[in-house]
Ligand binder design. Structure first.
Ligand SMILES: NC(=O)c1ccc[n+]([C@@H]2O[C@H](COP(=O)([O-])OP(=O)(O)OC[C@H]3O[C@@H](n4cnc5c(N)ncnc54)[C@H](OP(=O)(O)O)[C@@H]3O)[C@@H](O)[C@H]2O)c1
Length: 269
């Protein structure tokens, strides 16, 4: 990957996979005045709200679509990095002509690490589980091709409201830890990582306050009248540290407090 000194705004940004996070990223990048392209395997169907000149056809499984990614662009990979052979071919053919590549992973990569098992805060020094296919792909892109990997906690925000998960019985009552990040913060952190992240490095992305589902559910019952869900999942969960994100990327969270963010989501319903 080349690493030129010009500010990021001179480089176009390509969002590989414009789903939930990709849409918020598109919104923020455009608001910053960046040249931004949204990519999809089916742009005409899935990118209806995006101006046609800012849509790209991109399918990891179709190498002929990779050529549409402009040279010297920043790129953000927002779907699981599988299968490994195709990920490797993309790394060899496309990544060298990018400026920066950010890949979104998940904090579940740390499940089973000694820190997680011992209930200690899990930082970026914890080993990841490379037997998970997508983790293998992410590490390939990071180690061999200099991608910046973000290990992302549970994503919530408009249309993905944890209170609805509780109301719909999709999560059971337990003392298990959950780590969350608001999609608005995630998108802003991606832009920050493109600017200030170190190629080949990993950053955990969470709001820094692991909470037990029981705490969230008790507060939700008291504040928003949700019913107490049935018991479930007695496993402990893990506590993700976001210290490196705050210290090394100098990021200040817009939504550090889950309950204030939930209040806002409820108000805007
Ligand atoms: N949801 C969570 O709580 C959570 C937590 C931690 C990490 N993550 C990870 O964070 C990333 C972003 O999550 P998200 O919820 O924003 O994802 P999302 O809504 O599923 O968006 C990803 C988009 O990528 C495109 N895509 C999928 N496979 C593709 C392929 N083979 N080639 C090209 N494009 C492909 C799809 O769009 P088209 O169908 O239009 O092509 C899809 O909408 C994902 O990797 C997710 O696994 C999610």
């Amino acid at each position: 990957m080349s690493d030129q000194a010009e500010p990021t705004s001179f480089h176009s940004l390509v969002i590989l996979g414009t789903g939930y996070t990709g849409r918020e990223l598109f919104r923020q990048a455009r608001a910053e005045g960046r040249i931004v392209f949204a990519a999809s395997r089916a742009p005409e169907t899935n990118l209806k709200g995006i101006p046609p000149e800012q849509r790209l056809l991109f399918d990891l499984d179709r190498a002929d679509t990779w050529e549409a990614i402009p040279a010297q662009a920043d790129a953000v990979w927002t779907f699981p990095a599988v299968p490994p052979d195709t990920v490797c071919a993309f790394g060899e053919q496309v990544v060298p002509r990018l400026r920066r590549l950010v890949v979104l992973g998940a904090t579940s990569a740390y499940d089973g690490s000694p820190q997680a098992v011992r209930g200690e805060p899990v930082d970026e020094t914890a080993p990841v589980d490379r037997s998970i296919a997508r983790v293998h792909g992410e590490e390939l892109l990071r180690e061999r091709f200099g991608a910046i990997v973000l290990r992302v906690a549970g994503i919530y925000g408009p249309g993905r409201n944890p209170l609805e998960w509780i109301r719909q019985g999709r999560v059971g009552y337990s003392h298990r830890y959950v780590n969350l990040i608001h999609v608005e913060d995630l998108a802003a952190i991606i832009l920050r990582a493109l600017e200030d992240g170190t190629p080949g490095d990993t950053y955990n992305v969470s709001d820094g306050t692991p909470r037990r589902w029981s705490e969230i559910m008790d507060a939700a019952a008291a504040r928003w009248g949700t019913a107490k869900p049935l018991p479930a999942d007695p496993t402990a969960g893990k506590r993700i540290s976001n210290r490196k994100l705050l210290a090394e990327l100098g990021y200040t969270l817009r939504r550090p407090d889950l309950f204030a963010a939930l209040e806002e989501l409820e108000r805007k319903k």
